[in-house]
Design a protein around this ligand. Structure first.
Ligand SMILES: Cc1cc2nc3c(=O)[nH]c(=O)nc-3n(C[C@H](O)[C@H](O)[C@H](O)COP(=O)(O)O)c2cc1C
Length: 183
């Protein structure tokens, strides 16, 4: 059974990015399973820690990415960019250089903020770093601003909801080599 791994980039208990990520993942095609991880157990990157093998949380994340057929990330927008939590995790996954677990892996990104400013910088920066890690990035991802205006009881509705399910459909079909990029 193919598996979609979700990685929530916010550590906040009531995170919008985690909620929206879970809603998106729930639209996987039938026959897919979902594996969900957070980044609470990922230490700050330190090359010295690689000497004795990866820390447990990193090993768990690497194993989950290896097993997954596709990986869907979400990141909050911090100071008009990707959160350090997400960048830090991607730095771990980028090692060993040019041979990390993301090489060739279909991935996509969601970024959500309550503010009116659409978090395009976070989306672009996360996609760029994934690409530098060798991942196959399914674009465009979904950047949702003004999240309170497109939710009903915390559930995303309308066009934003359609954009989420469309992204998941494109990501899952990328596992068959179908990586079409919208104009
Ligand atoms: C350090 C920090 C920087 C932030 N910078 C931005 C920003 O540049 N743009 C923005 O729209 N929101 C910004 N925010 C607000 C976050 O988007 C908001 O807290 C959001 O709910 C975080 O995502 P989460 O709900 O998934 O935890 C910032 C929040 C923090 C804590």
């Amino acid at each position: 059974m193919p598996t979609l791994l979700t990685v929530a980039g916010s550590l906040r208990a009531d995170s919008w990015n985690a909620k929206v990520l879970a809603q998106a993942a729930a639209t996987v095609p039938s026959g897919w399973s979902i594996d969900a991880l957070t980044l609470h157990d990922i230490p700050l990157y330190n090359q010295d820690l690689e000497v004795d093998g990866a820390p447990a949380g990193v090993a768990e994340l690497r194993a989950a990415v290896t097993t997954a057929d596709a990986v869907l990330w979400s990141s909050p927008q911090y100071n008009h960019g990707v959160s350090g939590v997400v960048k830090n995790a991607l730095d771990w996954l980028s090692r060993p250089a040019f041979a990390g677990v993301l090489v060739g892996k279909p991935t996509a990104v969601i970024a959500v903020t309550p503010s009116a400013h659409q978090p395009m910088e976070t989306l672009g920066q996360t996609e760029f770093t994934l690409e530098m890690c060798g991942a196959v990035v399914v674009r465009p991802g979904v950047a949702i601003g003004s999240i309170l205006e497109v939710t009903d009881a915390s559930v995303v509705v309308g066009d934003a909801a359609a954009a989420l399910s469309d992204l998941v459909a494109r990501l899952c079909s990328a596992t068959n080599g179908d990586v079409s990029v919208a104009p």
